[in-house]
Design a protein around this ligand. Structure first.
Ligand code: RB5
Length: 145
């Protein structure tokens, strides 16, 4: 998959670890996040990755800040984005299966490295189930009109 990743200053190390992990899994990853030592406003990164995913430039996005919350709130302001904050693997699977989330978010101050990797794998391995879930996702999309 082609994946856009982004982070603020609270999540540089975890973003680097997750980027390497994604490459090991065979994905193409482009970074739009902060580098080490750089202060960064999470809304700008959430907006940027959200716009790229919504435009179809990437299959999905991964966003990491301190909690995963601020950066996902920003991304969710972009039309067509369904960004979901996940701190466990079951939720990460279900946000794809039921909500067709196109951005996965989590917090570097909340989840450890190994759990973060498992969350990413659970999200990427899952598939949207469609059917009744599609109708509900369509209802969310209609709210953007
Ligand atoms: C940055 O200190 C912190 O506020 C940010 O990473 C994030 O947790 C916001 O939601």
């Amino acid at each position: 998959m082609k994946i856009a990743i982004g982070n603020d200053h609270a999540a540089v190390e975890l973003r680097e670890v997750i980027t390497e992990y994604l490459k090991e899994l065979g994905h193409d990853v482009d970074n739009y996040g902060a580098a080490a030592g750089e202060k960064c406003d999470y809304p700008a990164v959430g907006k940027k990755v959200g716009e790229l995913v919504a435009a179809g430039d990437y299959d999905c996005g991964i966003l990491i800040c301190g909690t995963g919350v601020g950066i996902s709130i920003a991304a969710n302001k972009v039309k067509g984005i369904r960004a979901a904050v996940c701190s466990d693997t079951a939720t990460a699977r279900l946000v794809k299966q039921h909500n067709n989330a196109n951005i996965l978010a989590f917090g570097a101050r909340i989840v450890g490295t190994e759990l973060a990797k498992d969350i990413v794998k659970s999200y990427l391995d899952a598939e949207f189930e469609g059917g009744r879930h599609q109708r509900r996702v369509d209802m969310i999309s209609a709210m953007e009109e």
